[in-house]
Design a protein around this ligand. Structure first.
Ligand SMILES: [Zn+2]
Length: 170
């Protein structure tokens, strides 16, 4: 059975982040070839994730974040420089929170694998949160941002980003 826009919509964050199974992914891709509205939603999501990802890889250097080129394709959404800077500042704050949490938890001596898992989760969650914050600044994409906050809370409940996301939803 064909999925509705509403159902596809719920899968788009995972789709943009490459988290769907092969069959789910092709189902979404199939829908996208026929639906302009979902295409636009996906574009906004991809742009925000890309931006958040680039900031992350650049070692959180604000100066680097400012130089991120924004393609002209997304005419309706303009990403101002301060949004990129704000996102990178947020990530710095998130990292320090994660670090403190990890240092504190050494009493329990977590295994290396456990620490690695927590770091990976915190990174993914922080990246999604930063992307959602970018989307939240524009009327067109506010609804997507809200969904993304809910997603972070649900998928990465133990992360500092989830705590932040919860505050944004309120
Ligand atoms: Zn659709």
């Amino acid at each position: 059975m064909q999925k509705s826009c509403k159902e596809i919509d719920k899968m788009l964050v995972d789709y943009a982040d490459g988290q769907l199974s092969a069959s789910e992914s092709s189902e979404v891709a199939e829908h996208l070839t026929k639906c302009e509205q979902c295409q636009r939603t996906l574009q906004a999501l991809q742009r925000s994730l890309e931006l958040a990802g680039v900031i992350w890889e650049d070692g959180l250097a604000e100066t680097e974040a400012i130089r991120i080129p924004v393609p002209h394709k997304t005419r309706k959404i303009h990403w101002p420089r301060y949004a990129a800077v704000a996102a990178s500042i947020l990530l710095v704050v998130t990292i320090s929170v994660v670090w403190r949490a990890l240092v504190k938890s050494t009493e329990k001596e977590p295994t290396f694998a456990e620490i690695e898992r927590r770091i990976t989760e915190s990174c993914s969650a922080a990246r999604l949160l930063a992307a959602a914050d970018l989307l939240d600044k524009y009327t067109d994409t506010k609804a997507i941002a809200k969904r993304q906050y809910h997603y972070v809370v649900k998928k990465y409940p133990e992360t500092p980003a989830a705590v932040e996301a919860k505050l944004r939803i309120k």
